[in-house]
Design a protein around this ligand. Structure first.
Ligand code: FES
Length: 164
């Protein structure tokens, strides 16, 4: 009779352990599943790199101006002739971030001293080609830059400019 009680107790501990392991496994699966779902969920990229950036009203950018949008990782150029262009701030040599230098009117790469003119054309190598661009539209007077698509180019051509 006593032995039977012991067997029942041993069985109960095993059951308890099995239940515990099962519960922990289920919890781990839930965590992994939840983390995966969060990872797979599309992030809201509006206003930042990888999404649409509403840069502002056409009239807020004087002709000949260059304005940096750090969250979108681009410079918005309002060319002297009135056209707009959005250039990726990544150097086409090895990918460093170029800086706009208003005093000398060019983009400069601090890594290996490449420089680019106001429309992103190479002035000084080793950069092999012009700065990449992003598609740009003007809608209801607003300049909108789509940073989800990077356009490569060898050099600047006037067709790349977008007019209001
Ligand atoms: S990364 Fe810009 S010049 Fe080398």
């Amino acid at each position: 009779m006593t032995e039977q009680t012991n067997d029942t107790t041993k069985l109960s501990r095993r059951d308890f352990l099995k239940l515990g392991v099962g519960a922990l496994s289920a919890l781990a699966l839930l965590e992994v599943g939840g983390a995966s779902l969060m990872f797979l969920q599309p992030r809201s990229l509006e206003g930042e790199f990888g999404g649409q950036v509403i840069a502002g009203l056409v009239d807020s950018f004087p002709q000949g101006s260059v304005v940096e949008f750090p969250d979108g990782r681009f410079y918005l150029i309002h060319a002297p002739d009135g056209g707009f262009l959005a250039v990726y701030r990544r150097c086409t040599h090895l990918g460093c971030t170029v800086e706009w230098q208003p005093d000398t009117n060019h983009f400069f790469c601090p890594c290996h001293a490449s420089s680019f003119d106001i429309v992103g054309d190479v002035e000084n190598p080793p950069a092999p080609r012009a700065l990449d661009t992003f598609p740009l539209t003007i809608d209801a007077g607003q300049v909108i830059v789509d940073t989800s698509t990077i356009r490569t180019r060898d050099n600047f051509t006037p067709e790349q400019l977008v007019y209001a």
